[in-house]
Write a protein that binds this ligand. Structure first.
Ligand SMILES: NC(=O)c1ccc[n+]([C@@H]2O[C@H](COP(=O)([O-])OP(=O)(O)OC[C@H]3O[C@@H](n4cnc5c(N)ncnc54)[C@H](O)[C@@H]3O)[C@@H](O)[C@H]2O)c1
Length: 387
C-alpha cells in the first residue's frame, strides 16, 4: 500500500515530526485504517441548483459529483456529496469522524482545520479537485501522516486565459462602459479618461510557474515589457522565447510595473505579502490581477488603496473567506472587477480535474503512487514551495 510505504518511510526518516510520539502513533493508527475495503468518500462542491441539468458536462457541482458516483458505488464505496461545509452542524462535519477520503475544491473550499483532521480518525487522503490546497491545514495533515494531492495542471490554461481577460478589462476601463450600456447612459468621457492600450506597458507576474508562464506566453504578442519574479528562474530557452526578464528581488520589480499579476500559491511566505507598506511602494495607478488566492493580499489595505486611487484597478476571482460575505470590503471598493471564484472551473477544467481525481482514487484503491507533481503532502513532507 502506498499509504503503508508513506507511513513507514515517514516514521524512520522525518526528524521534524518523529520527535512527537503522539503524532507518530496517530500515523500508525491511520496506517491501519488505510488498508483496502470499502471506503467512505465525501465530496464538497458548489451547488449547481437550476443550472445543474443544463449541461451534461457540468460535473464540478454537487449534482454532477465529478461524474464518478456510478463508478464509485459500483465498487461498493459510499459517496456523499454536499455543499454544506461550515460549522459543527454542517453535513461535512457529520461525516468527518468516519470518512476515508475527502475531495474538496478551491471554488467552494471545505476548510480542513487541525481540529477536523484530529476528529477524522479514518481519514487517509485529501484530494483537491483543482489546484491550490491552502484550505487544508497542510502542517496538521503532514503531522497526521495524511496524503494531500491536487490535480496539478488541470486548470492552468483556464486561469491564464482569465487573467489575460482581466488585464484587458482593467487597462481598457471596460466595466464602466458595460454599466453605461445596461443602464441607458452614454458618456464616452467617463470611460476614455482612464482607458489605455496594453502595448508598451510593464507587466510583472509574481510567480511564474505553470499559470505564470502561460500568461507570459499569451502576453507576448501584445508587445509589453514583461517581468517575472519567482523562487526559480525559467529555463533559458523558454525565457528567451517568451521575452520576459527575471527579477530576483520582488521589491525591485514591483515599483516598475503598470500591471501586477499574482501567480504564487498561498503559503506561509506569501500570506499577506501585499500589505499596506508594500502597496504604498507600488506605482501610483497600478493595476492588480489576482487569481491566485485572496489571502496573499491584506484585504483592507487593498480596499484602502483602491479608494485612494493608489491602486487604479483590482480584479480577481479569489477572496478570503469563500464564499465572500456580503460585507466583504472588496465588493464595495471603487474600480474593481471582481467575480466569484470561477477562472479555474470552466467546463473544460472541470472535465480535466474530475478525470484527475478519478485517476488518483483508482491508484489509491490499488495502493499505487500518484503522479509526483500532484503531491502537496507526502510522507509527512510538504511540497517544496509550501515549506
Ligand atoms: N483562481 C483559480 O481558479 C485558480 C486555479 C488554479 C490555481 N490557482 C492558484 O494559482 C496558484 C499557482 O498555480 P500554478 O499551477 O501556476 O502553480 P505552480 O506550482 O506551477 O507555480 C507556482 C509558482 O510560484 C512560485 N512560488 C511559490 N512560492 C513563491 C514565493 N514565496 N516567492 C516567489 N515565487 C514563489 C513557484 O516557484 C512556482 O513557480 C495555485 O497555487 C493556486 O493558488 C487559482
Amino acid at each position: 500500500m502506498a499509504m503503508k510505504r508513506a507511513a513507514s518511510t515517514f516514521l524512520t526518516s522525518s526528524s521534524r515530526i518523529s520527535s512527537s510520539l503522539s503524532s507518530a502513533s496517530s500515523i500508525f493508527n491511520r496506517n491501519l485504517h488505510a488498508s483496502g475495503g470499502k471506503k467512505k468518500i465525501v465530496g464538497v462542491f458548489y451547488k449547481g441548483n437550476e443550472f445543474a441539468s443544463l449541461n451534461p458536462n457540468f460535473v464540478g457541482c454537487v449534482e454532477g459529483a465529478l461524474g464518478i458516483r456510478e463508478w464509485l458505488e459500483s465498487q461498493g464505496h459510499e459517496y456523499i456529496v454536499t455543499d454544506d461545509k461550515e460549522g459543527l452542524n454542517s453535513e461535512l462535519e457529520k461525516h468527518i469522524p468516519d470518512l476515508h477520503v475527502l475531495i474538496s475544491t478551491p471554488f467552494h473550499p471545505a476548510y480542513v482545520t487541525a481540529e477536523r483532521i484530529k476528529k477524522a480518525k479514518n481519514l487517509e487522503l485529501l484530494l483537491t479537485a483543482g489546484i491550490g490546497s491552502d484550505h487544508i491545514d497542510l502542517n496538521a495533515a503532514a503531522a497526521a501522516g495524511l496524503t494531500v494531492a491536487e490535480v496539478t495542471g488541470s486548470n492552468v490554461v483556464s486561469v491564464a486565459e482569465d487573467e489575460l481577460m482581466r488585464i484587458l478589462i482593467l487597462v481598457r476601463n471596460f466595466l464602466p462602459g458595460y454599466h453605461q450600456a445596461i443602464s441607458g447612459e452614454w458618456n464616452v468621457a467617463g470611460i476614455a479618461h482612464r482607458a489605455y492600450d496594453l502595448e508598451g506597458k510593464t507587466i510583472g507576474t509574481v510567480g511564474a510557474g505553470r499559470i505564470g508562464k502561460l500568461l507570459l506566453q499569451r502576453l507576448k504578442p501584445f508587445n509589453c515589457n514583461l517581468l517575472y519574479h519567482d523562487r526559480l528562474k525559467i529555463a533559458p530557452e523558454l525565457e528567451k522565447e517568451i521575452g520576459a526578464k527575471f527579477e530576483e528581488d520582488l521589491d525591485a520589480m514591483l515599483p516598475k510595473c503598470d500591471v501586477i499579476v499574482i501567480n504564487t500559491p498561498l503559503t506561509d511566505k506569501t500570506r499577506g505579502l501585499f500589505d499596506k507598506n508594500r502597496i504604498a511602494k507600488l506605482k501610483k495607478g497600478v493595476l492588480i490581477v489576482n487569481n491566485a488566492r485572496g489571502a496573499i493580499m491584506d484585504t483592507q489595505a487593498v480596499a484602502d488603496a483602491c479608494s485612494s486611487g493608489h491602486i487604479a484597478g483590482y480584479s480577481g476571482d479569489v477572496w478570503f473567506p469563500q464564499p465572500a460575505p456580503k460585507d466583504h470590503p472588496w465588493r464595495y471598493m471603487p474600480n474593481h472587477a471582481m467575480t466569484p471564484h470561477i477562472s479555474g472551473t470552466t467546463i473544460d477544467a472541470q472535465l480535466r480535474y474530475a478525470a484527475g481525481v478519478k485517476d488518483m482514487l483508482e491508484r489509491h484503491f490499488k495502493g499505487e503512487d500518484f503522479p509526483e507533481q500532484n503531491y502537496i503532502v507526502k510522507q509527512g513532507e510538504l511540497a517544496s514551495q509550501y515549506r
